[in-house]
Design a protein around this ligand. Structure first.
Ligand code: ZN
Length: 194
């Protein structure tokens, strides 16, 4: 899929989909290939995600790769200075500054691979993923399998009634659903922004 790339030309790849669609697995797969090719790889995730391990990316299937936790996207610019490949997981938990940071990294000649949820539990686009997808050279949409009917699933169903946008959890709180089986939460009367 990727064209022949001359040295020092960077680009952005986005891996995006619902929960349990294998985003982190795919990110780890791509990063492993780069490590095998002896490229310098730096991997980051936001502080909010402490589900499994603070210093590793861990997929639901228990694939692992060392990573660093950062508070703000700006930190990635400094920490990734020496790297040829930059991996970022759970990108939806970073603020909008992640977009110019990824652009800068790519402009510096780096391959930037970003994974994140495309929609929140209401089925709404989860910033900054839409902006990243629009400006990336390559976008891969991953799908899961609907736990109700077995069709391809693109939605993340929250099984609790909490209305905060970010509640960290796994199969205890969320499941993958297709368009037909997804039940978005009732809309709040006063449309409070989270
Ligand atoms: Zn379904």
């Amino acid at each position: 899929m990727l064209p022949i790339i001359h040295r020092n030309v960077g680009w952005i790849e986005v891996i995006s989909g619902c929960m349990f669609s294998g985003k982190t697995e795919e990110l780890i797969r791509r990063l492993r290939r780069a490590i095998i090719a002896r490229q310098k790889v730096a991997i980051f995730k936001p502080r909010i995600d402490n589900r499994y391990s603070a210093d590793h990316l861990v997929s639901h299937s228990d694939l692992k790769i060392p990573s660093r936790v950062v508070e703000h996207p700006r930190e990635i610019l400094e920490l990734a200075l020496e790297s040829q490949v930059v991996g970022i997981d759970e990108a939806q938990f970073f603020d909008a500054d992640l977009v110019p940071v990824c652009q800068k990294l790519a402009n510096m000649g780096k391959r930037v691979i970003v994974a994140g949820l495309d929609m929140d539990y209401r089925g709404e686009p989860f910033e900054p993923m839409p902006q990243l997808m629009a400006t990336a050279e390559y976008v891969t949409k991953t799908s899961a399998i609907c736990v109700i009917c077995g069709n391809p699933a693109h939605f993340t169903q929250r099984k609790t009634h909490d209305s905060e946008r970010v509640i960290v959890g796994a199969a205890d709180i969320y499941e993958a659903r297709c368009r037909n089986c997804f039940e978005p939460p009732p809309r709040e009367e006063s449309d409070e922004s989270s």
